[in-house]
Design a protein around this ligand. Sequence first.
Ligand SMILES: [Zn+2]
Length: 416
Amino acid sequence: MTAPTDNLRINGERLWDSLMEMAKIGPGIAGGNNRQTLTDSDAEGRSLFQTWCEAAGMTLGVDKMGTMFATRPGTDPNALPVYVGSHLDTQPTGGKYDGVLGVLSALEVVRSMNDLGIRTKHPIVVTNWTNEEGARFAPAMLASGVFAGALTLDYAYERRDPEGKTFGDELKRIGWVGDEEVGARKMHAYFEYHIEQGPILEAEAKQIGVVTHCQGLWWLEVTLTGREAHTGSTPMNLRVNAGLAMARILEMVQTVAMESQPGAVGGVGQMFFTPNSRNVLPGKVVFSIDIRSPDQAKLDGMRARIETEAAEIAATLGVGCSIEAVGHFDPVTFDPVLVSRVRDAAERLGYSHMNIISGAGHDACWAAKVAPATMIMCPCVGGLSHNEAEEISPEWAAAGADVLFHAVLETAEIAG
Ligand SMILES: [Zn+2]
């Protein structure tokens, strides 16, 4: 298997034009996009993508989750395809690049292969996963989750949006219920190119993030029970202060995260005080803890330590404490062979690069359950994402797509 030569590049201008063309569909209110899954805008975006894929000589398959698979045949009829993709759906106030960059760069890889007359042994399948964002129908990464066997089709179809409409009905309404069984396809490998959605690459002035892991996470919901009492007339030694317990636990979560470096994060993003009145000590505090690490043992160790120490902190104050796990993802270690192929490609093309861990979830994290998988990242301005002001430069977009091109060609094996 030989590596592609360093003069092989995608067409950065065409990639950028396609990004801008897609961004016209489902415009936001501040320069970004509102192309939420299974809306009329999503349907329009899908049609445009289908037109482009067919014009590039690919054949479209659609599964029962509405995920789109556009195939460019390989020379070996028995070779499993190399999948390359991401998602075209956006947040309600989303950017033009989150997900879209990955899908349209995959398309650009095929267009460039056509231009250069390159055939590969393995087929290439450009993929648009349905409902990655989970903004309209929770949870996120719904279609890839069903594909990987982590969620069932029935569960997915029953998800409801805030208006009470179900995923299944809306998928039917926009006309994208395919006939393929979800997860029936077998992958030789899966690649996903995505904006970083964080500030590291830009701060380090690197063009390419070589993604080695995806953070695992636990969401813990803590309920503290104190005693409601007047903040003025209750002496300090007679208080059962659930709010104070929460503050000390929050500080402890910070310490646990700091002592679990490298790669770990932890924090509290949501809290509810009852009765939430200025002059009443809270009788009840419910809050969420979000902890993440790329290392399974470390992640579980953080959880165990937080549960033990939270109980101790509460007990010292006479406060009741119960903790429930309400969300979890295992950390993902991406395929080492594909990861080094991405790193080698960046090196060969002369792009600066560094290893990076994905802090957010992606379809690649589910794909990694069923196939060798990895991701490539490019910087985004200010680390801003899930925001209409999300921005990248055409040069950043093209550099990552060049790396994707090389890594895909090497994996799909250039024929003849
Ligand atoms: Zn995304």
